[in-house]
Structures are given as structure tokens and as C-alpha cells.
Write a protein that binds this ligand. Sequence first.
Ligand SMILES: [Zn+2]
Length: 406
Amino acid sequence: MVRLVVLCSTCLFLAAALLAGGPADSVSERARRLHFSSIVLDTHDDTTQRFFTRDFDLGKRNPTGHIDIPRMREGGLNAIFFSIWIDGRTLGPPAIQQALDQIDAVRQNVQTYSKDLALAQTAAEVRRAHDQGKIAVLMGIEGGHMLGNDLRMVRIYRSLGVRYMTLSHFYNDEWADSSTDKPLHNGLTDYGKDIVREMNRQGMLVDISHVSDKTFYDALAVSKAPLIASHSSCRALCDHPRNMTDDMIKALAAKGGVIQINYEKSFLDQAYKDARDKQSGGVVQVFDQIKKACGNDQNCLGERMAQEEKQATAEGKLPHVSWTRIIDHIDHAVKLVGADHVGLGSDFDGASMPDGMDDVTHLPQITDALLKKNYSERDIRKILGENTLRVLAAAEQVSREMQAGR
Ligand SMILES: [Zn+2]
């Protein structure tokens, strides 16, 4: 232990975690050592919405929600993509304005908490932050509607530090079909394909979570860089349009991409998803109903959705789902395409978490469960973060080649 502390500042957090109590107590010593010495990278967190409420402070331990700096430290999460998200029905200049507000809010938080956080735009910068004992902060835009139907915004967002863009959200945008809307464009339009090419050129990862199956295959055919599914799970285990079929996961992996498993209960568990659909007609309908009450207040939206879900579970209308379903989805994808193509995309602060994954402090349980399944330490490090770093680096290489005209 003493030797570890001398080696690097990051190990201070390892030591703290080894000594600390809390939710990770059931985790083995071996799992703790592995987890707290790895780069643990989560590709999708909706905490950005909370930055706009008066009573939320990223630097303090909060009694609600899933993410803040103290809890990220406790859970060993040391690289995070904060999602830039606005409702998919906001289009044009207002969509750009609101996206810029959120990018600014993320950057402001990094400045405020610069002892703990470092803005990272490349795989190398994530590693540097980790070496300095800081949490690497990255940004992803969740929905192509935030381009305002203007390809040039890809370059502007990239210059502000955004490293991925999800091509759509719940609704079709001007150039890409969504998985939860009626097909309009037969996948990606020609302009949408140009946008994917520009994303490649700028080194912005193409994220296919939320898009229709046809949009996925179109993006895969056009993109020179590997794709990510920043927060999707496996349709073979839970038949939800937001999840990927086995064929899609295979095609994604064949091109070097990564599926980052989402912890949302209705994506993890068929019984829960069916009960949810029966009760309220599915995730988009629930969202629409609550939006009527909340208007554009994103925090009201998140809180109402969480409240509604909690009440329905307490009344027995919705079944309980164990956090171990996350492991089932990881294991399914690994069996299908190998450990090089699977990662973590929790959807913390944007989704209903399964029992036992109440917040980010529970992450070491995932490492422990994978060790118990006899995964190698090397493979676990890949799933925790190394695979996503590999894809980031691959996209950087494609960008350099395209900009050099090769
Ligand atoms: Zn999402």
C-alpha cells in the first residue's frame, strides 16, 4: 500500500478507495486494485442538465442524482463524457444556442474545479489527466438537431472540445432517422452522409445510439473511422429499438467500433420493458406526457421521470431489475464479438438505474463481477475504458489522414 502511494497521485485515490467503506464494500481486494488503477471511462452522462439548477454543485456530494466529483472519486470513474442534450423538437438557431449554453456550462465547471477536473479532447489528454490524478472531462452532442441543419457546426462544436455526436435523438432530425420515430429519410440523407464525412475529417466520433437500424448501416458504410454506440444495450436480451441487434454489433465490431452498454432498466430487461410499454406506451410517450407538465425545464423533466418510475415500481406496476443485468449485456456482447468492442455508457442522470446501481459509487461492482466471470484483467481494463480510448485515437488518425489529403 505504501509503495503504491509513492508511485503516483492516482494511487492516492486507490488507497482511499481501499480504505473507504460504502457501496463497494462487497467488492474483492483484487477487483478494487484493478478498478482503481484503470482508466474507467463512461461515454454517456446527462449530468449537464443539472448544472443549470441552483441547488446542484458538481464539487459537493449531492443527496440526489448519480454523479458528482466526490462520488466519481469513490466509484473510480476518472473519464466522463458529459452529454450536451436538448429536446429533439427544438431545431434551428435555438438548438445551437442551447447547445452552446451547455458546452459553456461544462467548460465553466472544469474551470471551477480545475484541481479535480481536466478538459480532455484526445485519448492522450485522457491519459495525461489520469496520470495527474484528475478526472478527464469530455463532451458528446446527443442529437444531430443541434447542428441547426448546418454542417459547419460540426467544425465549431469540435473546436469547442466536443468529441462525439449522436446522429439523432428520440425524433428524426433533418437528415437522419431515429430508432423511436417513423422512418422519414430511409436512414441517412445525402446531406447526412456529408455530415458523417465532415465528422471523420474533424475527428468527431460518429455515435449511432438512438438512430434507426438503416441509419446505422448507412453511417457504417460512409464512415472511415470506427463508430461508437455511446449508450445502447443488446436487443437479443431486451427487444428495444434503442438496443443493437447481434448483426449490428458484429458489423460495428468488424469496423473496430465499440458498444458502450446502457444501464437504463427498460433497455436491460424484457419484463421491465414490456411492463413499461403496457403501463405508459413506451419511453417516448412517457417523455411526451411529462414534457407537457414541465415545458422546457430539463431538471423538472428528469425529476418527474424519476418520480413517476419510482412510484410505479412501488405500486408493483413495474418489476424490479437487478444491476447484474448490466453484466449480462456486457457478457452477451463479449461472447458475440470479443472484449475489444464493449465499453460502459451508463446514462447516469438520464435514465432509471437498476437496483444496486444507485449511482456512480457502485461501479467497482462491475469490475468485481467480471473477475468472478473469469475475465482477464487485461480484458476488464479494455471494457472499463481502453476500448473507447482506442476508438478515440483511431478517429484522430483518420482525421489527420483526411486533413493531409490522403
Ligand atoms: Zn440517450
